[in-house]
Design a protein around this ligand. Sequence first.
Ligand code: A2P
Length: 280
Amino acid sequence: MNNQVNQLKLADGQSMPQEGFGLYKITDQATITSSIKYAYDAGYRLFDTAQLYKNEAEVGTALKELGLPRQDLFITTKVSEPNQGFKQTIASVKDSLHKLKLDYVNLLLIHWPIERAFFDTWAAFEELKKQGLTRSIGVSNYQMIHLQYLATQAHEMPVVNQVELHPRLNQKPLIKFDRKHGIVTQACSPLGRGTILNNEVLKKIATAHHKSPAQVVLRWHLQNGVAFIPKSVHEARIKQNINIYDFTLSDQEMAAIDALHDFTRVSKEPALVYEYNLKY
Ligand code: A2P
């Protein structure tokens, strides 16, 4: 199953699975362990956590208990707003690694851009990469303006930008910008946290392919060439969400899903988080 997930080449030479598994809002040990087991068995190799999710220790315990081979895994974590700043970032990432029981993560992301520590946090990321504590460095929730601003002082640019991305917020201009600058766009909340799955257009396309609306949305992400990390705690859905490699959406179907864009966010507005220096 695993070989069905494409590997994307990052600008720093590392590879990242195009499809991964999101661990947002899963906190109890039993559910974390069972979800990671279902996901690994189904073929997921990328596991995405964050300091904010308060589950790094549980994820670390699950990876250990399940005995998953480190070299097969692609682990992402993200630095939260209160931990931003040069020294705080370095210390907090060491703490994350301790909780995750890992020597390094594959990808470290700044969770949200904030004005207070905009360049210092990135300088810490460059340092952490030099020290081998992360293989790749990237950002999350960065808009074009944040990436352009970062470029004025960065020694190296992010290789991944993880943003809210689903049919109701399709981020076309940002995807284009990221691609032009060698940055892989990774969709978080790729299913709009489940809020879009009752949509009639999606249901009709799903019926035509004998698939579910969630599978149609994930296939749309795949054909758009972005990375994506659906989250579920249910075995059947975890399996379903990776069973998307045996059908193709037509150009008309892709366009019909593109047309669902209506600027609806399920998470926060990055420009405001930047201004408030916290996820409000
Ligand atoms: P659950 O964890 O109970 O399965 P996103 O990945 O956009 O954050 O969306 C995650 C939400 O969508 C969760 O509430 C999850 O619920 C739900 N979900 C995930 N996969 C499916 C699926 N295949 N069908 C229906 N709902 C799903």
